[in-house]
Design a protein around this ligand. Structure first.
Ligand code: PMP
Length: 443
């Protein structure tokens, strides 16, 4: 057969000209760049220790792996086939039971819960279902990067409101609670064009866990302006120092206007399984089901079965020391403290996260190693993170990646580390940092 390339030779010129029309839909414009594509590639090429992308390098719990193996190898061969489009019945049932407890209300598994391909697809369904041309969506900065392109792709306009670093105390280590919303500034972003606000607590990248008072402020504004809340709570179990995660859907007036999003990837340390969910009132979820049935339609059955069994176990052990939801944050808190110590010891000042498995650290003291380039469009932290992975083999993500284009230089001297890693990985990171310090300051 002639090759495809060769065959174009015989096309009439007018047909060839047609091929030059714009291919991509206009809604894709401005959403082409993706920080993960760039930094994952850099980490794969150069890193000896990868504390960049957010995933554990330790194994998931045995009970969950065994549940997956049972789902694949057991007698029920129907687990290899399609299941219910909006969620495998055992999974939506156990999620409803679990969230009834957490939200203090009755839930119907068939209408108040929907399973998605990770939290990512849950977010996509929300924006597609609720955002129309001209709608504004408030996004709190810094934010998980996909919110902005997803809002834009749905035809909406993102409106950004920053968490501001309040009262930095020179010399002392700070908690992520120092990142705060200015109530007046937040209120000024709400208008009759506002359709929704995206909340992410515990927050990636800062590790901030929003206090009840902060959530009440957001809730009051949502109710006052009749605004929806898309609440990304994928790190709901990863909260440290006895702090409590408050679910905004449990606050007065919020159930009816909130979609709560979760992820088995983060909950059970299985990011590759891509099982996520949404919980909310039927009046909202019915529209998510429309997007879901018209896009992916269905999520992998065996993975849903295994996650259902994981939740079954957790429901039985709820609040006990054997619960994974107790053990994982306990282990991560130790890893956090190890990481905080390593960074503090070399002068890369960490801001201690209250939750998640991320922390951000101040790189100002390292400026002599990677001098500023005033003419560069690229934020300083981004150039620093690239330099660090190429020259030191340590991968992290620049904080500016979590800001919109116009605000990328607002906080450009922090990088984000993921500490959901084996102790040996954290030690290897510590060795790199120590060696670097010796090279900078002498023995
Ligand atoms: N939201 C946040 C805040 C996240 O950090 C992530 C994953 N890094 C997601 C959503 C996506 O989760 P999933 O892997 O379940 O799609």
């Amino acid at each position: 057969l002639p090759s495809a390339k060769a065959s174009t030779h015989f096309l009439h010129p007018s047909l060839q000209a047609k091929m030059s029309r714009q291919l991509q839909a206009r809604r894709l414009e401005g959403t082409e760049k993706n920080i993960w594509v760039e930094f994952v590639k850099l980490a794969a090429t150069y890193s000896k220790v990868n504390l960049g992308q957010g995933f554990p390098d330790f194994p998931p719990p045995d009970f969950l792996k065994e549940a997956f193996v049972r789902a694949l190898g057991g007698e029920n061969h129907m687990l290899h086939q399609y299941t219910r489009a909006f969620g495998h019945p055992p999974l939506v049932k156990i999620l409803a039971q679990f969230f009834e407890k957490l939200l203090g209300r009755d839930l119907d598994p068939m209408t108040n819960v929907m399973v998605t391909v990770g939290a990512y697809q849950a977010l996509f369904c929300c924006f597609q279902a609720f955002v129309e041309e001209g709608d504004e969506v408030i996004i709190i900065e810094p934010f998980f990067d996909c919110y902005e392109p997803m809002v834009k792709m749905a035809g909406g306009t993102p409106v950004f409101v920053p968490l501001r670093l309040k009262d930095p105390k020179d010399g002392k280590l700070m908690s992520s609670a120092v990142w705060q919303l200015d109530p007046t500034e937040l209120a000024s972003k709400f208008s009759d064009r506002t359709k929704a606000i995206v909340l992410n607590s515990p927050n990636n990248p800062l590790g901030k866990v929003f206090s009840r008072a902060e959530l009440e402020l957001i809730a009051t504004l949502c109710v006052k302006h009749d605004v929806l809340c898309i609440s990304d709570e994928v790190y709901e179990w990863l909260v440290f120092d006895g702090k409590e995660h408050t679910r905004i859907a449990s606050l007065q007036g919020m159930w009816d206007r909130t979609v709560t999003i979760g992820s088995a990837g983060k909950t059970f340390s299985v990011t590759g399984w891509k099982v996520g969910w949404t919980v909310g009132p039927n009046r909202l979820l019915q529209h998510l089901r429309t997007v879901h049935q018209n896009s992916v339609y269905h999520c992998a059955t065996a993975a849903q079965e295994a996650v259902a069994q994981g939740f079954q176990r957790e429901l039985e052990l709820y609040g006990t020391p054997d619960s994974y939801f107790i053990q994982l944050p306990k282990e991560l808190q130790q890893k956090r403290d190890q990481m905080v110590q390593s960074l503090d010891a070399v002068g890369m000042k960490p801001i201690i996260p209250e939750g998640t498995y991320f922390l951000v650290a101040d790189i100002s003291e390292f400026k002599s190693d990677v001098p500023d380039a005033p003419d560069s469009d690229e934020p300083y932290d981004s150039r620093f993170a690239k330099w660090m992975v190429k020259n030191k083999g340590l991968a992290a993500i620049p904080l500016s990646a979590f800001y919109c284009g116009a605000h990328k230089n607002n906080y450009n001297h922090f990088i984000r580390f993921c500490f959901a890693k084996e102790d040996s990985t954290l030690k290897a990171a510590n060795d790199i940092l120590q060696k670097w310090k010796r090279e900078r300051t002498g023995p």
